[in-house]
Design a protein around this ligand. Structure first.
Ligand code: KIV
Ligand code: ZN
Length: 393
């Protein structure tokens, strides 16, 4: 995946969070007005650069949420989504204009499949893009334009419409992999080629917006950065349509942990990740899978004897990042049937039981019997075991 690093001097990658727009489009993930305001505040506090707060034309509720988020924002740019028509764009502007830094994001599907829906010829669509981006730019000096399904759009046409959008005043061009179809090497090459070949491309920011249908959203986003993208679009917990969007916590932590080979910085305070992840899981009703990278319950948990023993000696044996860096208080060493003596001894010590080796051996035998019956052995179980041992000896 790693190709020649981009040599442009800027090392800052903007984080564009779309939990409240693309994330909320996940079937069943609707959030209340108060919940949206709360999540927007948490995103703002954690240092996200741009918050896509909703799709103002979609409903009265979305319009109100975007307007309120725009009013409450302290640092982040507040963005709203609009289709390629004046009515959507005007409504979007009415909502975001309250922000200290507003952005209009307008889009249209450019691939052959998407062009067929409004039944526009290539020329008619090009004209529509010119008119709508010009209109948005007359309202707001920060305009993002997206050719939806860019990764399945013919190269010549994609290059043509990107040039039109830039000439009409777009300040950010987002290249969506709408159906999660692209692969990392293509993702990097597409952005690199657009920057190299489209007139005016070097003066604007390219963004990457990946969906996770093949589980490649994070890899594709990071590859796009290798290719020259300087804005990553993502959501907390990877919430989003179908298999979701790029997970914010994954790209941000990947850039932090592997800064040696991906030397780009974000403005995100990573210690706030766990809290916002839990809040988004609760308010969206989408629990985080246990083995989800960074924020899953098991992401910093070690059950097997070899791993626990290693962790007790040196945390770097099985952890590439510190749990504190994502907002956890520490590693967890749950006791189960794969655990060994070292972890049992450490846990018993925590619970106030110091044991001689023969006593520990007895307790260990009983612990293994219990662990064979139970998925996880809790503190109360261990205390009961020790008491039983004391009673028989
Ligand atoms: O996935 C997509 O193409 C989108 C656009 C609206 C940017 O979400
Ligand atoms: Zn999307």
């Amino acid at each position: 995946m790693i190709t020649t690093p981009d040599t442009r001097p800027e090392n800052r990658v903007l984080i564009f969070d779309t939990t409240l727009r693309d994330g909320e489009q996940s079937p069943g993930a609707t959030m209340s007005h108060a919940e949206k305001l709360e999540i927007a505040e948490l995103l703002d506090e954690m240092g996200v650069d741009i918050i896509e707060a909703g799709f103002p034309i979609a409903s009265e509720g979305d319009f109100k949420a975007v307007s309120e988020i725009a009013k409450q924002s302290k640092q982040a740019t507040i963005c709203g989504l609009a289709r390629a028509n004046f009515k959507d764009i005007d409504r979007c502007w009415e909502a975001v204009k309250h922000a200290r830094s507003p952005r209009i994001h307008t889009f249209i599907g450019t691939s052959p499949l998407h062009r067929a829906i409004p039944n526009l010829s290539q020329d008619e669509m090009a004209q529509r893009i010119h008119e709508t981006v010009t209109h948005a730019r007359n309202l707001c000096d920060n305009v993002q334009w997206s050719p939806m399904d860019a990764t399945r759009t013919e190269w010549d046409y994609l290059a043509r419409v990107v040039e039109i959008a830039i000439k009409a005043g777009a300040t950010t061009i987002n290249i969506p992999d709408t159906v999660g179809y692209t692969a990392p090497v293509e993702s990097a090459d597409l952005i690199r080629r657009l920057i190299k070949e489209v007139p005016g491309a070097e003066d604007i920011i390219f963004a990457t917006h990946c969906h996770n249908d093949l589980g490649m959203a994070t890899a594709n986003s990071l590859a796009a950065v290798e290719g020259g993208a300087r804005q990553i679009e993502c959501t907390i917990n990877g919430l989003g349509e179908r298999a979701g969007n790029t997970a914010l916590e994954e790209v941000v932590m990947a850039l932090k942990v592997r800064h040696d080979i991906m030397p780009w910085d974000t403005g995100v305070d990573t210690r706030r990740i766990m809290n916002i992840s839990r809040r988004v899981a609760t308010v969206s009703g989408f629990p985080v899978q246990f083995n989800k990278a960074i924020v899953g319950k098991n992401a910093f948990a070690h059950e097997s004897g070899i791993h626990q023993d290693g962790m007790l000696k040196n945390a770097e044996t099985f952890e590439i990042m510190r749990p504190e860096d994502v907002g956890l208080s520490g590693t967890s060493l749950p006791l189960g049937k794969h655990s060994g003596r070292a972890a049992l001894r450490a846990k018993l010590k925590d619970l106030g039981f110091e044991m001689a080796d023969n006593q520990l051996n007895d307790t260990f035998v009983r612990f293994k019997e219990l662990a064979d019956r139970k998925k996880e052995v809790y503190d109360e179980d261990l205390i009961a075991l020790v008491r039983q041992n004391e009673a028989v000896s």
